[in-house]
Design a protein around this ligand. Structure first.
Ligand code: KG4
Ligand code: ZN
Length: 340
């Protein structure tokens, strides 16, 4: 089965072809970083317009790279939500129209389910069950995963997502958008232990997160040390350490609570090297295995959507004729794959 995946939920246009026999054939991506950088964050209307401009040329590029024709596509998966309504509508419109024209099934995919399943594209994929830490710009969640569509939410951020906290703190530090990678680079020049920020909500039971206080404390430090040489790098370092430790403490707790021996980490923030090392160290101490997507599949991409599509479409799940997107959509409301 050859599945086309289309991702347009935020600021990346991503397309991919996943073949159930040959695996991921190729994925292509256009990042809108330069477009939004001018404004310091994602401008939804500009995002939608740019997806419109990019999606068909990217499809042509993907078909050329893989030497496939549209007629060979067996099904089309697209991101139905959560995300920006206008941006989602572009991918959904293109995917559904193409499926209609080709007389093939289409299926709307939950963006966070796609992130959650992305590590299964790797050569040594994790077996079910596992605990998943999803850390992106819009979400921070711990999920107990028994199988595709069998998700129990263990905890989530009560305010900012981890990626959002990275982006906002980076902005306060005068770094560009998106802030996560820029803050990670600056933190490399920071010194250990000059500043210390709290590990929020780790001193009480539970698996929820809170990251907005960290950003506020970082802001106070920035103000207090304005003009001090090296302060920005030291603050970036302290911020990243606090996030990494907090995620590791909560993941360890989730592994203990569920008795799981496998942790899957996905979403844009899972590209962060310090966070990966901290989680690896925690897992070694907890006798657990950790699984990540390859770096270019941590952030938004079409490959994870194509793969999630295959997981569901292989048993015949597909959309009816009604058409909508779901800018807000709970992961826990998903059901296991089922024929329609
Ligand atoms: O999963 P993703 O591409 O989009 C969403 O679904 O939100 O995640 C984007 C987020 C942004 O907040 C970005 O700053 C963050 O992931 N991010 C990082 C790194 N790379 C991306 N955060 C920290 N360190 C990184 N290396
Ligand atoms: Zn994402």
């Amino acid at each position: 089965m050859l599945i086309l995946g289309v991702e347009t939920s935020c600021d990346e246009t991503g397309l991919a072809l996943y073949d159930s026999a040959g695996g991921l054939l190729s994925h292509v991506l256009h990042s809108q970083v330069d477009l939004h950088a001018l404004h310091g964050g994602v401008v939804p209307e500009l995002a939608s317009r740019d997806h419109i401009r990019r999606v068909i040329p990217l499809l042509d590029q993907l078909l050329q790279q893989t030497d496939r024709r549209t007629a060979e596509i067996d099904g089309i998966a697209y991101t139905r939500g959560p995300g920006l309504a206008g941006a989602l509508l572009v991918g959904a419109g293109v995917a559904r129209s193409l499926a209609w024209a080709l007389d093939r099934p289409a299926l709307g995919i939950h963006h966070m389910e796609a992130h959650l399943l992305a590590p299964l594209l790797e050569p040594e994929p994790p077996a079910f069950p596992f605990v998943a830490l999803l850390v992106s710009g819009g979400h921070t969640m711990l999920v107990q995963v028994a199988g595709v569509g069998r998700y129990r939410l263990l905890g989530e951020s009560v305010d900012d997502a981890a990626g959002e906290a990275f982006d906002k703190t980076a902005k306060l530090l005068g770094l560009g958008y998106p802030g996560g990678p820029a803050l990670e680079r600056l933190a490399r020049q920071g010194r250990q232990g000059v500043f210390r920020l709290p590990r929020p909500m780790t001193d009480r039971p539970g698996l929820d997160f809170s990251f907005s206080g960290l950003k506020t404390q970082a802001r106070n430090l920035i103000r207090r040390h304005e003009g001090t040489e090296d302060a920005a790098a030291d603050i970036a370092h302290a911020f990243q350490e606090a996030v990494a430790d907090t995620l590791a403490i909560k993941c360890r707790r989730a592994l203990t609570d569920t008795g799981a021996g496998r942790l899957v980490v996905s979403g844009g923030v899972s590209a962060n090297g310090v966070i990966r090392t901290r989680l690896d160290d925690m897992a070694r101490a907890a006798n657990a295995e950790v699984y990540y997507p390859r770096l270019d599949l941590c952030t938004d991409n079409g490959a994870m959507v194509a793969y999630a599509g295959w997981c569901r479409m292989q048993v015949g799940e597909c959309d009816g004729l009604d058409f909508d997107v779901r800018p807000r959509w709970s992961l826990a409301s998903l059901q296991p794959p089922a024929a329609d």
